[in-house]
Write a protein that binds this ligand. Structure first.
Ligand code: F6P
Length: 362
């Protein structure tokens, strides 16, 4: 297969740490086969432009600096489904043919797509219609793709949230305060659970487990009774209020995102316990930073393997990390396999074993 091949690589959906390390690895491995790599800009959005927006990538352009760099040098987008593309007049249009046309213009017959489940579903459809080979690499700080133990970006996001707790603890202790930290996770509470345990939280609230103000207040009172004058509370952004809604913010372009549950819980804690309470919303700092060493390794291993898979003639496969190695599975199965926090799993049991309040037992 060596010789003429041109691989397109793209990042799609929300950015995270480790994307550039994947790109770097794929370019290095492709050079081993004598293949060219073109970086497709802004997910599939660059393929809608004429001329198509892309970067020619070779080993001279992907030195070790990329390993350390947060974000994605290719740009990305988490809106604009090409099969129902939002047009200026408010209508939706199927623009998939333009994207496939863009790939043909570039002479790309294989794509390495780095994305979450939503991106994979779109890329898979495009690849099928266009007769293009596709290998997917899982990335999401939310770590909610069930087929892989971890996705690119998750480890770094947890490290950032853990460090935030490290920084909140001394100031909490200095002022006798309860510090509430709201962390990301659009549907699943993996970041909150892992960082909460690692950062020594007293309370961890997850979308998967219902909570009560009495439960939270009782834990904080217990902490106070031991003579400790501060407490740390981690709240996943997708946790519901007592009324059953997830607080959201609406932006000027009409997009809605989770945000606000930290403040809601902070007020409840202050009212119920009388403790002075402050709230930190961590937000996008969980995404845009140098990747942890684990994310660099995962990204490098995925990038190399994706090219090897194409060399083996495989397509429509998603890479996953399982039992200390990479496996590949049909993308269709991967999309169908969503992983929320296992409410009876090891980490929830660990948290409970440590005396952390993680919501009320079922
Ligand atoms: O899915 C990744 C994620 O960071 C979620 O944790 C978060 O809810 C969302 O994306 C934020 O999206 P945006 O970057 O569009 O604000």
């Amino acid at each position: 297969m060596a010789g003429e091949k041109r691989i397109g690589i793209l990042t799609s959906g929300g950015d995270c740490a480790g994307l550039n390390a994947v790109i770097r690895a794929a370019v290095h491995r492709a050079s081993h086969y004598g293949w060219e790599v073109v970086g497709l800009e802004d997910g599939t959005a660059g393929l809608l432009h004429r001329p198509v927006r892309y970067q020619t990538l070779d080993v001279t352009k992907v030195d070790g600096t990329m390993m350390r760099q947060g974000g994605t040098v290719l740009g990305t987008t988490n809106k604009g489904d090409p099969f129902a593309y939002p047009m200026a007049d408010g209508t939706k249009k199927d623009r998939s043919a333009e994207i496939i046309g863009g790939l043909r213009e570039l002479g790309v017959d294989s794509i390495i797509g780095i994305g979450g489940d939503g991106s994979m579903a779109i890329l898979r459809k495009l690849a099928q219609i266009g007769g293009i080979n596709l290998v997917g690499i899982p990335k999401t700080i939310d770590n909610d793709l069930g087929v892989t133990e971890t996705s690119v970006g998750f480890d770094t996001a947890v490290a950032v949230a853990t460090e935030a707790l490290d920084r909140l603890q001394p100031t909490a202790a200095s002022h006798d305060r309860v510090m509430v930290l709201e962390v990301m996770g659009r549907d699943a509470g993996h970041i909150a659970l892992s960082a909460g345990i690692a950062g020594g939280a007293d309370v961890i609230l997850l979308p998967e487990i219902s909570w009560s103000v009495d439960g939270i207040a009782e834990k904080i009172r217990k902490v106070q009774q031991t003579g400790r004058n501060f407490a740390l509370v981690v709240v996943s952004e997708a946790v519901k209020t007592a009324e059953g809604t997830i607080p959201q913010k609406e932006f000027s372009d009409g997009q809605k995102r989770h945000g606000g549950i930290g403040n809601y819980i902070g007020h409840l804690i202050a009212d119920a316990t009388g403790a002075e309470t402050r709230v930190t919303v961590l937000g996008h700092v969980q995404r845009g930073c140098p990747p942890s060493y684990r994310d660099r390794l995962l990204a490098s291993a995925f990038g190399v393997k994706a090219v090897d898979l194409l060399a083996e003639g495989k397509s429509d496969r998603l890479l996953a990390w399982s039992n200390r190695q990479i496996i590949d599975i049909p993308i269709e199965d991967a999309i169908a396999n969503y992983a929320a926090v296992d409410v009876n799993g090891t980490l929830v049991q660990t948290a409970r074993g440590l005396g952390i309040y993680v919501g009320d037992p079922a």
